[in-house]
Write a protein that binds this ligand. Structure first.
Ligand SMILES: NC(=O)c1ccc[n+]([C@@H]2O[C@H](COP(=O)([O-])OP(=O)(O)OC[C@H]3O[C@@H](n4cnc5c(N)ncnc54)[C@H](OP(=O)(O)O)[C@@H]3O)[C@@H](O)[C@H]2O)c1
Length: 353
């Protein structure tokens, strides 16, 4: 019997695992040619991928055991997936028509795919002035993480004269978190980032009051100078030494938004990693809250929060930066670069126009 022809597509599979304590590299992924069926079944849609998102949490998916019950490991030689957005080319699902723009948290890393309509959400391009990739960042999971992290765990109060510090400040979440902290009422916002260029963008474009280059500066000393009243809210993206330094300057009854701990992701430690004894002592003595935050636990607030983010974007109150890499073949390199701080704002891969 002759094999069915199918449509030829490109896809990216997991080629190898970096190991729990290893540094991920582009070669952990492999581009290959594959086929999808010619016909779309009832309830399915065929989509062409426009943009894919690469994110730090994917590092856990590269391990055989992700360490979390809500994350499934990627399998060797099977297609990887994550946040994606694309256009419907053919639909046999009642919610979607040809030309609709749709998104999913589990979009396969391939140029064209046949997906279950139930996995997809339709988006309204006008909400982001046609900048569709924003639905993977500022008007998507990243924006939700920054906004809901601050609202659920930050205890920010208008008029309370609070100082917020953001680590990983020039990354996707951090660059939004500092701006949202200000919009929600913080009177002073200070970022910590890894290059002078990032620090300069945070202050000149994103409205941070100041930024510290942790690779060249003395973080403890600069924090003391830049936050003379101490730190009331800490949006923590990185963990490790930077966080120990920030926590040591936090006020009584202050709050940590435990967003992520990227400096620990290539280490085989539990999440969230326990604080060193000295830092834990400070946290307890000063009654500093440090509760685990997971954006996926607040999806009932997704719709209203996305509308809020889109409104701020349209009003120019929320400045958005993206680092866009072109071509599905380069997604592994984009991931490697992002894990090394190579991006400013959200790391996006443009698959097709
Ligand atoms: N809780 C949730 O629901 C949730 C949702 C989404 C994301 N997250 C977490 O949020 C954090 C930020 O994610 P993102 O999407 O904004 O990622 P991102 O764009 O890659 O930003 C992370 C930033 O951290 C900095 N960084 C990387 N390694 C570092 C290290 N060893 N020490 C200090 N800084 C380091 C990077 O640049 P520089 O080093 O140059 O400053 C980079 O700008 C991650 O930890 C992620 O897992 C959590």
């Amino acid at each position: 019997m002759a094999a069915k022809a199918g449509m030829i597509i490109q896809r990216v599979v997991l080629n190898s695992r970096p190991g729990k304590n290893g540094v991920p590299v582009a070669e952990n992924f492999r581009l290959e040619q594959s086929t999808i069926p010619d016909t779309v079944q009832e309830g399915q849609v065929r989509v062409r991928t426009l943009y894919l998102s690469v994110d730090p949490y994917m590092r856990c998916r590269m391990n055989e055991d992700t360490g979390s019950d809500y994350l499934l490991p990627w399998q060797l030689s099977e297609v990887a997936d994550g946040g994606g957005i694309g256009v419907v080319e053919e639909s046999k699902h009642h919610n979607f028509a040809k030309g609709d723009i749709v998104t999913s948290f589990n979009w396969p890393w391939q140029t064209v795919a046949i997906l279950d309509g139930s996995l997809l959400q339709k988006v309204v391009p006008e909400l982001v002035n046609g900048r569709l990739s924003y639905f993977l960042g500022a008007a998507g999971l990243t924006g939700l993480t920054a906004l809901l992290g601050i609202r659920e765990k930050g205890h920010v109060t208008v008029g309370a004269n609070q100082t917020m510090v953001v680590s990983g400040a020039a990354g996707a979440c951090g660059s939004l978190a500092g701006q949202i902290g200000r919009l929600e009422g913080c009177s002073r916002v200070v970022g910590i980032a890894g290059t002078d260029e990032k620090c300069s963008i945070l202050v000149s474009e994103m409205g941070f009051d100041a930024a510290i280059n942790y690779k060249t500066g003395n973080v403890a000393q600069q924090l003391r100078e830049l936050c003379p009243g101490g730190v009331d809210v800490y949006f923590d993206n990185v963990g490790g030494d930077i966080s120990d330094t920030v926590i040591s300057q936090m006020n009584q009854n202050s709050h940590i938004i435990l967003c992520g701990q990227i400096s620990q992701y290539n280490k085989d430690v539990p999440y969230p990693p326990p604080l060193p004894p000295g830092t834990e002592k400070i946290q307890k003595e000063r009654n500093i809250t440090r509760e685990r935050f997971l954006v996926l636990n607040y999806m009932d607030k997704q719709e209203a929060s996305i509308l809020q983010l889109c409104q701020w974007i349209q009003e120019g109150k929320l400045k958005v930066r993206e680092t866009v890499v072109e071509g599905l073949a380069n997604i592994g390199a984009a991931f490697q670069s992002m894990m090394n701080g190579g991006n400013i704002g959200k790391q996006i891969v443009l698959v097709s126009k």
